[in-house]
Design a protein around this ligand. Structure first.
Ligand SMILES: Nc1ncnc2c1ncn2[C@@H]1O[C@H](COP(=O)(O)OP(=O)(O)O)[C@@H](O)[C@H]1O
Ligand SMILES: [Mg+2]
Length: 271
């Protein structure tokens, strides 16, 4: 299948209602910089889709557009069957709860003045954030990310980087969103801690209904965690498919180049 056929498949997928989220013919510019170019992509319900590409290729821009932080110049952003770009007011606030974004550095998103319990309660109920009232839900959320129940009473600075990322994952899943966007969430961690988080994500497969867009420049990590992979190059999607298909038989030169740095892949070279 050549890359054009692959894109036609994506178009077809985006046209059906089996996705958690999708973008169609998406363009995003910052001033004169045209960052995302005609991006069409569907994240099927319940699946983990890896988004790979070199630094500056537009991965975070796509993630932030899906969560409503960036506004597209043109195109559609579909969450469930609703176009995010068209809704305003209360409906927009509701849609924002259906897509959760986890950044690389959770220090930037976890409030330093709130305990984990308060943070998780707030995710459930922004106005009535009450860790006591929501105690059961908080305990279940901590259990899901394999944190001790005592974590509920701790502040972000009391955790290691890996533990903070677990809190961020727990918070993102609190409302069972349609889509979780994990943007380089293991990139800042030590290799052994990275492996712990990868193991956690693998263990959660099949127990979490939310779909995930897993953004990473590390193809070995993507192979461990994801069902499908989307390759982005200079603001365009150049290839997408299942992990097996793309890693076994990459169609695009850029994908081959990326895979050449992954030990164990057919295209791996030592240079
Ligand atoms: N808010 C912004 N304003 C201006 N330029 C931006 C903004 N966000 C991203 N960019 C530019 O868009 C390009 C893609 O960035 P980004 O999506 O962060 O790439 P990636 O996540 O793949 O490394 C870069 O050239 C970056 O400088
Ligand atoms: Mg990025």
């Amino acid at each position: 299948m050549n890359p054009h056929t692959t894109l036609a498949v994506a178009e077809a997928a985006a046209a059906t209602a089996t996705y958690a989220a999708a973008v169609r013919q998406l363009n995003v510019s910052f001033g004169s910089a045209h960052v995302l170019k005609d991006v069409t992509l569907a994240v099927p319900a319940g699946r983990v889709v890896g988004l790979v590409g070199e630094s500056g290729s537009g991965k975070s821009t796509l993630g932030k557009t899906l969560v409503g932080i960036n506004r597209p110049t043109s195109g559609e952003v579909l969450i469930g069957n609703k176009d995010f770009t068209m809704v305003r007011g209360k409906a927009r606030q509701q849609m924002r709860r259906e897509v959760q974004y986890i950044p690389q550095d959770p220090y930037s998103s976890l409030s330093p003045r709130r305990t984990t319990g308060q943070t998780l309660a707030e995710a459930l109920d922004p106005r009535g954030a009450d860790p006591v009232k929501h105690g059961d839900a908080i305990a279940a959320a901590l259990e899901r990310v394999k944190l001790d129940p005592s974590a509920a009473d701790k502040y972000p600075h009391e955790f290691s980087g890996g533990q903070r990322q677990r809190v961020a994952i727990a918070r993102a899943l609190m409302l069972e969103p349609k889509l979780v966007i994990a943007d380089e969430i293991t990139s800042a961690l030590d290799v052994s801690v990275q492996a712990d988080i990868i193991g956690l994500l693998q263990g959660m497969r099949g127990t979490v209904d939310s779909a995930m867009l897993f953004i990473s420049h590390n193809l070995a990590v993507v192979q461990e965690v994801c069902d499908d992979v989307v390759v982005m190059f200079q603001g365009r999607i150049v290839e997408q498919g299942t992990i097996d298909a793309v890693y076994r038989d990459p169609q695009h030169d850029y994908t081959r180049k990326l895979l050449a740095s992954v030990p164990g892949s057919p295209d791996f070279t030592l240079d």
